[in-house]
Design a protein around this ligand. Structure first.
Ligand SMILES: [Fe+2]
Length: 287
């Protein structure tokens, strides 16, 4: 894939049409919102932050949130959507999921695939355990992408294998796999190692989406606008807008994402990063 020019953003300030493709907002399904009241607070918070569209992405196949009956998820979503309007919250809520990678995923997807993708399309968020990437991942990813799935690896900066072996992530991206960074990874939410990895992966053009992965109003509740402003300073308004507006819009409309930069091969990169975290004040990092 090559770079495709996108329209310049109309604003260099707070974004007004952000799309959050990764959010555990549906009530009482996984380790996200425990009840409807929290879900509504999360939606209100996102609306005030400039988010126009949220994809509800409950964990699927991740113990103990197996969610074998996917119709439960659909029902939770369809029950909750009217609550937004009833509470005058101007946020569009679409359905997706965060699929925990299991070895028999191909067989599962043959049956249930339309329920897994963002807005029931071909873009699907997948997650790995925090300290493991199983062998054979390249072959399985190849088989899935060959079937037309657009895989989005959730927060690779939080996975110790990808952090230790970024060349593996590079290879997957070169195969056509996408990645999504958590907004909280650019602050100290998950620790210094994750934060450093997030900036490094950003520098290497590894990311295609920025999302909140929010689990509650206070629990891992991170503003997209904060992270947007932070990366805007580093990679510019056009690229930052692509991660939080243009690429997510294409994904939920099941179109080819408009912004894709060739990733930098980390094995050929000098060890000094052009993005140097110490250049940022503590205030900037926490902002
Ligand atoms: Fe998540």
């Amino acid at each position: 894939m090559t770079n495709i020019q996108i329209e310049a953003s109309s604003s260099s300030g707070l974004k007004k049409a952000m799309i959050d493709i990764h959010c555990h907002i549906l009530p009482n399904l996984d380790d996200g919102a425990p009840d409807v009241e929290t879900s509504l607070k999360m939606a209100r918070f996102a609306e005030q932050d400039g988010v126009k569209t949220i994809c509800a992405t409950p964990h699927v196949f991740r113990p103990p949130f197996i969610q074998k009956n996917l119709f439960d998820i659909v029902k939770k979503w369809s029950d909750f959507v009217p609550q937004l309007k009833a509470n005058d919250i101007q946020v569009e809520l679409l359905l997706g999921s965060e699929v925990h990678f299991v070895h028999d995923l191909i067989d599962v997807l043959k049956i249930n695939y339309p329920y897994f993708g963002l807005n029931r399309g071909s873009y699907m968020i997948v997650e790995f355990p925090s300290n493991h990437v199983f062998s054979g991942v390249k072959q399985l990813f190849f088989e899935l992408t060959s079937r037309g799935l657009n895989l989005i690896i959730a927060h690779p900066e939080r996975n110790s294998v990808f952090v230790r072996e970024p060349a593996l992530l590079y290879d997957l991206i070169k195969m056509g796999v996408f990645t999504q960074v958590n907004s909280g990874s650019f602050s100290s939410l998950y620790g210094a190692r994750t934060q450093e990895a997030a900036f490094r992966f950003l520098e290497w053009n590894f990311y295609h989406f920025l999302a909140s992965d929010s689990h509650g109003r206070h629990k891992r509740s991170t503003r997209l606008s904060r992270a947007f402003r932070k990366i805007q300073e580093l990679i510019g308004d056009e690229e930052a807008s692509a991660l939080v507006e243009h690429n997510p819009r294409a994904a939920i409309e099941d179109k080819e994402i408009p912004f894709f930069k060739d990733p930098i091969n980390p094995t050929k990169k000098k060890k000094t990063f052009f993005i140097k975290i110490p250049n940022f004040s503590k205030e900037q990092l926490e902002r």
